[in-house]
Write a protein that binds this ligand. Structure first.
Ligand code: SAM
Length: 328
């Protein structure tokens, strides 16, 4: 398994398929003309497969598709089928807003996708529309149901709470786990980029400690569950609940010491740390005819160069890219 210079085992590759999205969440994407990547700049399914083959050869085992919104890629099923056919790919998951899952969940499962994380910030249609700006609760909910019907389980919900938008939703969202065996994971807002979504994320931070206290006050005790060191979510269960309540706290309780991730942007850069700008271009090598050994060598260099952690505590984050351009 590849190790970085701090001894961390890095075996998890998160692959962004596009910078486009059919939502405009206030903490993630600005409104207006975003200058999306032109099609020829995106890695093709064959190029993505080549990176995955090279990654498996150097010891990567876990893969996830993300974006932007990965379901907007017209060739998504081909990408999934190519990746899951690579011997040694342990599991392929996808992070999505769920809106296109009613038509895609069954074919994705048939192509080999293991499961999905669906992003849902509120159970209140009006508040959700304020956060997402586009889309609707009904559309996301239908997507979650389709994923469950297609066996893309366990269903994990990614929830971002932003002060002034949806703090009151933490209790009903956590309460979902009483009846359903879903994982509801509350992610602290991370400021990326120098534009408005970064400011919303910075100013709207609600710490996991505050969310935990709100849940306990309304729903009773949360019992901590064992979790792997590399699992960024600290998992808990409400008394008698079927599902899991998780807290992902990159701002208030950073877990960089347990980071096991490398990211691949839609335009073919290894992005070394979500909250920094360091990148290594692999697309240029692929398009110059690099073989799998050469691609693996670039990936190992990217692993070796991973920074020790983010620098949010010092007021620094990415400047070149925003969340939708890296992939969360
Ligand atoms: N479009 C997909 C989705 O909505 O899940 C995948 C990409 S999105 C960037 C991945 C995850 O990042 C989502 O759960 C989203 O809520 C979360 N996210 C986006 N911006 C964030 C921010 N500034 N801080 C924390 N999480 C963020």
């Amino acid at each position: 398994m590849p190790r970085d210079r701090f001894g961390r085992e890095i075996d998890y590759l998160r692959i962004s398929l596009t910078d486009r999205c059919n939502l405009r969440c206030v903490y993630c994407m600005p409104l207006g003309d975003l200058g999306f990547l032109p099609g020829p700049e995106l890695l093709t399914p064959a190029e993505i497969e080549a990176v995955v083959r090279a990654a498996v050869a150097v010891g990567f085992r876990k893969f996830r598709l993300t974006g932007g919104e990965p379901t907007l890629r017209a060739d998504l099923l081909e990408v999934v089928a190519r990746i899951t056919a690579v011997p040694g790919v342990g599991e392929l998951a996808m992070t999505t807003n769920g809106i296109l899952l009613p038509k895609l969940a069954a074919p994705l499962a048939a192509a080999g996708l293991s499961r999905v994380n669906v992003h849902l910030d509120s159970l209140d249609p009006v508040r959700l529309a304020r956060v997402m700006r586009w889309g609707s609760l009904e559309a996301v909910w239908d997507g979650i149901a389709a994923a469950e019907d297609a066996g893309l389980v366990p269903i994990k919900l990614n929830t971002v709470i932003v002060r002034g938008y949806n703090e009151d939703d933490v209790v009903p969202l956590a309460a979902l786990t009483r009846e359903r065996d879903w994982h509801v994971r509350f992610i602290e807002t991370m400021p990326l980029g120098i534009e408005e979504p970064g400011r919303v994320a910075r100013d709207g931070l609600v710490t996991s400690a505050e969310l935990r206290a709100r849940i306990v006050a309304a729903l009773g005790p949360l019992t901590a569950l064992p979790s792997a060191a590399s699992d960024e979510s600290r998992n808990h269960r409400l008394d008698g609940a079927r599902g899991v309540v998780g807290f992902i706290s990159p701002v208030s309780e950073p877990y960089c010491g347990a980071c096991n991730r490398m990211r691949l942007t839609a335009d073919g850069r290894f992005h070394l740390c979500l909250l920094r700008d360091d990148e290594l271009d692999v697309r240029a090598a692929l398009r110059a005819g690099a073989d799998l050994d050469a691609v693996g060598a670039i990936l190992l260099r990217a692993v070796g160069d991973k920074p020790t952690g983010h620098a949010l505590h010092a007021g620094r984050s990415t400047e070149d890219r925003q969340m939708f351009q890296i992939g969360g």
